[in-house]
Design a protein around this ligand. Structure first.
Ligand code: PLP
Length: 439
């Protein structure tokens, strides 16, 4: 892989086990029925999935409608293998991936060193009735790396991590109200939707992004009931510098807990997340996604005086300290210690973002904006039909862009040919949409 050549990682390490190359022969259940072309095979798997999994997948952003638009089943939904930033779909199509597993992979898919660490954890017995040493070691390392971290609790998903942070803040302050801005997962405590009783989020007050007066009004209205201000610090753009500083000062003034949701910003803007990048320290923060390069783990970290409240309530899940997620995290931390990952993500992401923006301008297609920040950027279309045709054409030409959410840079994109391919495919797909419009 190109970044390995650049940074020389893993030269002394034993060779990794051979990758599980996907071939139709390996698994008869993947083999196309006679006469089934690639589209037919993709469709067959999508249909099988929808028959046994409500919505076709357990991750909302991987539904066909989320990937390609409502009613559009133009592209593949299932993959057979992934390596670096390349994905092989179930029908054998090769795609250059800009979605990087919803931001959970920043190093690259199937990284040799991370795989080796995970396989070692598996071989050592992933779990037993006692806690793993890795739980202690990784907690210590996160405390060294993340500005606000003095103690750590592990969980398995980001949403669980945020729910735990909210519970810790409520126990530590003895107060109920949480003011928040961002996406925090599917749980009831903040979400509105079918099956969630109004009372479940009665003590949650949503506020708009980067709106200082709205934040001040919400804090004043909460008064002595305020437990926490919970912010996702970057939503499509960096906030004004004062937003988080004002939140910090208001929390200090009223004795509330400031929480940053660093699921996307952690190990991406800086290893220690937005708090390290912007030098504003929250009391608690939640990390995950890139922290383990796609393996399941989340961490709630924070000041010991507040984190201690975790032991006064019941926050526990059977596999919280299992070895695989922790081993992956430890291997990721090793990589971040050796390589300027975040600097590379910013440089490579900027090249991706700017080349796609240049392709948009050159195509003359109206109503398309390339926004976001360098390591995580979006292509936004005013017109859903054009968006769908663009995504369809891009996939047909070999690149998977994310519909309505971030595209993510990874170390595996750090290669001139890869970057040129993204630009070329974006350009071709945009020009085809312009030509469609003209006919
Ligand atoms: C900022 C943020 N918080 C929380 C979550 C929920 O994490 P998970 O999907 O792992 O539960 C996400 C997921 O995208 C996220 O981006």
């Amino acid at each position: 892989m190109p970044f390995k050549r650049l940074f020389g990682r893993g030269d002394d390490a034993p060779p990794p086990p051979p990758p599980d190359e996907f071939t139709d022969e390996d698994d008869a259940s993947l083999a196309p029925e006679a006469g089934l072309d690639a589209d037919g095979l993709d469709r067959e798997w999508r249909d099988r999935a929808v028959a046994v999994i409500p919505g076709g997948t357990s991750t909302g952003s991987k539904r066909a409608a989320a990937l390609y638009g409502p009613g559009n089943d133009a592209g593949p939904t299932h993959f057979a293998s992934a390596q670096g930033c390349r994905v092989v779909t179930v029908s054998g199509r090769q795609l250059l991936d800009c979605t990087m597993a919803l931001g959970s992979v920043a190093v690259g898919y199937s990284d040799d060193a991370i795989n080796r660490a995970v396989l070692t954890a598996v071989a050592s017995g992933n779990v037993c009735g006692l806690a793993t040493l890795a739980e202690v070691e990784v907690a210590e390392r996160l405390c060294d790396m993340i500005p606000c971290a003095e103690q750590v609790r592990f969980l398995k998903s980001g949403g669980e991590g945020v729910a735990a942070a909210v519970r810790i803040a409520r126990v530590a302050t003895g107060r109920p109200t949480v003011i928040g801005c961002g996406y925090f997962g599917w749980q009831d405590w903040w979400n509105e939707g079918a099956g969630i009783p109004d009372g479940a989020h009665a003590d949650f007050v949503p506020i708009p992004f980067d709106d200082v007066p709205a934040l001040e009004r919400a804090v004043a209205a909460a008064g002595a009931t305020l437990a926490a201000v919970l912010l996702e610090p970057v939503i499509h753009r960096l906030p004004s510098p004062e937003w988080c500083v004002v939140a910090r000062n208001l929390c200090d003034a009223v004795g509330a807990v400031l929480v940053f949701d660093e699921l996307k910003t952690g190990f991406r803007l800086a290893p220690g997340g937005y708090q390290e990048f912007a030098q504003v320290e929250p009391d608690l923060a939640i990390f995950g996604k890139a922290m383990a390069n796609g393996f399941p783990i989340a961490a709630v970290v924070g000041r010991a005086a507040i984190m201690e409240a975790a032991a006064e309530t019941w926050i526990s899940t059977t596999l919280a300290g299992e070895g695989v997620g922790l081993a992956a995290t430890a291997a990721v931390l090793d990589i971040y210690a050796e390589v300027d990952v975040c600097g590379t993500l910013a440089r490579v992401g900027r090249q991706m973002r700017e080349s796609v923006a240049a392709a948009v301008t050159a195509s003359g297609l109206p109503g398309v904006q390339v926004t976001g920040i360098d390591p995580m950027w979006t292509i936004e279309f005013d017109d859903e039909g054009r968006q769908q045709r663009f995504l369809e054409r891009a996939v047909a030409a070999g690149v998977l862009f994310k519909r309505g959410a971030y595209n993510y840079a990874s170390l595996a994109h750090d290669d001139d040919e890869t970057l040129l391919e993204i630009e070329r495919v974006a350009s071709t797909a945009l020009v085809e949409v312009v030509e469609d419009d003209a006919t």
